[in-house]
Design a protein around this ligand. Sequence first.
Ligand code: ADP
Ligand code: MG
Length: 693
Amino acid sequence: MSRPFELDALFRPLTALPGVGPKNAKLFEKLIGGPKILDLLFHLPVDFVDRRFSPPISDAPNGRIATMEVSVVSHAPNARKGMPYRVKVRDDSGTMTLVFFHANNAWVEKQLPDRETRIISGKVEYYQGNAQIVHPDIATVADRETLESIEPIYPLTAGVTNKTVRKAMDGALDCVPKLGEWLEPTYKAREKWHDWHEAIEAVHLPESESELLPEHRFRQRIAYDELLANQLTLALVRHRQRRIDGRSYKGDGRLRDKLRALLPFDLTGAQEKSLGEIDADMGEDAKMLRLLQGDVGAGKTVVAAMAMLNAVETGAQAAIMAPTEILARQHAESLKPWLDACGVRFVTLTGRDKGAGREVILDQIRNGAAQVIIGTHAIFQDGVDFADLGLAVIDEQHRFGVHQRLMLSGKGRGTDVLVMTATPIPRTLTLTAYGDMDVSKLDEKPAGRKPIETLLVSNDKLDSMIDGVGRKIKDGSRVYWVCPLVEDSEILDLAAAEERYDILKEHFGKVGLVHGRMKPAEKDEVMQRFAAGELNILVATTVIEVGVNVPEATVMVIEHAERFGLSQLHQLRGRVGRGGEQSYCFLVYAGPLGATAKERLSIMRETEDGFLIAEKDLELRGGGDILGVKQSGLPRFRLADLNVHGELLAAARDDAQLIISRDPDLESDRGKALKVLLYLFERDQAIQYLRSG
Ligand code: ADP
Ligand code: MG
């Protein structure tokens, strides 16, 4: 099944709409976050102007938007440059002035011919006792409805006016098809929800303040649709993975015992508990789909290693996939001593392996010579065949999505999956990203870690801080120095980072710089030199990879800390405090700080608990970009707002589970409608899944 034809109109490009041409299409696209008509329909108004108010001129109240039928009395073109063009108009009750700055005289004359009747609309103001409207909207009597209406107000961007958005939106609304109902009828009736096409139209024609709120039933319905598509996708993936026969992996423990004997530390209670849960899952015939959640530094790697050894003990292969080259190499480095000591053969495979070298690696994966495979997503691409993949560990570091998990499906029969994440995700967000995946938590830090001392430093104290950092370096510390990126101006940011680099280099000599514009290989090289101790200071824009492990680094300096999300600060801070030494985190801010900003940064000083920080962040921001979701790779919703629609999410999850248990291939009438829903939210991967049976 390919996309149902009734959705075709919604998937056409924006340029098919009135007022959108090749010139402004890019601006539109940036504004609404997508190139299609459907994206525009998901761009919801934030306010509205009621233009239905139509008083006589003499009664028009100051400051209110009014729409009036008037006849044109006289024109007074601008006498001098810089003076406005004025037009006097009247109705039976009195006269008023229409004012145009920088007017094109011919245009005004054409719009408002002498003695003709016109409908005008705009905000009434009084100037020297006379009513006037600056730059009114104008329509002919025949077109009066275009003005005497409610005008929704949309979020805008430079170069796109509300008028253009409305014009395009009118065209978009004409494209909205009637679709088969995918909602469960009793639930829909109980919530008093409308049909989808009615709800979409209604949200674009708000008639009261309450209709602008996410709690309103028009908006609830479309939010629910989005959440249902999300939950249904996850439920399908899970169901499908369960349906493929799993295998039982019960190793005899010989390799794991070796590793335990080797470790210079005891596993924490949380690590033992998680391992127990993983062992139990792997021992069952059903496929494992488990999330291992643990804050930075909680010790996920060793848990993954134990799980992989379990698979290897049974004669199967295990793979671990990291989101970036650097992280993959880091994993290889951490795992190497352990795997070597256990006599386990491993290979690494990343996008950088090419040609003959790559062929050798692929052979070893294919013939089973490689028992453990460490790499990036290159591991799961076409052309990589496994002899017998028993366990896939996905180190998400919050960057992969559902579809990467789907790629796995083709690679092994009965492959167990363990996903690792360091994002301290609140419960609601876990649901959106992982559905009802089983969760193991590392909620206990390894013993012997000293708390990181976090200090807030005002920008103007930077010099004395640099001196302090110098003393730390003399004592053998290594220092991360983060200069933030502001999305809009990569170049300026880069300049700031380079300037800082120059200054620090002058002071300390052994300083490196990494930034987003460098090639991965160049970045790698600098990071390696920092890890090896050839560099004392690593200056970075925010590209410091979340997972890098340099235990000797004990100082983290973050400039413009006030620009970061708390969870981001937390992740960055987690780069230090990994060894036995006392570590420090300096949050440098450009003052003066507002009350909220102060409170946010203070939280960082008070706690190292990622969950607490995430929740506080959510609380203080009151919505918006939760957790810096933008950076996190967690699903982003356009219509649903999880701060408000948490209950809808829970309902959508239950709904999705019920649907899958009753109609796993979506073949009933409702099932068919649900397929359309999946297409509507571009969950094409989920549909592919259905197709492949
Ligand atoms: P993350 O969960 O961020 O991936 P890592 O697995 O990289 O954390 O572990 C961070 C550091 O803690 C590593 O140097 C690791 O060897 C060490 N570590 C892991 N478990 C323990 C433990 N139980 N006791 C002491 N140190 C540990
Ligand atoms: Mg890690």
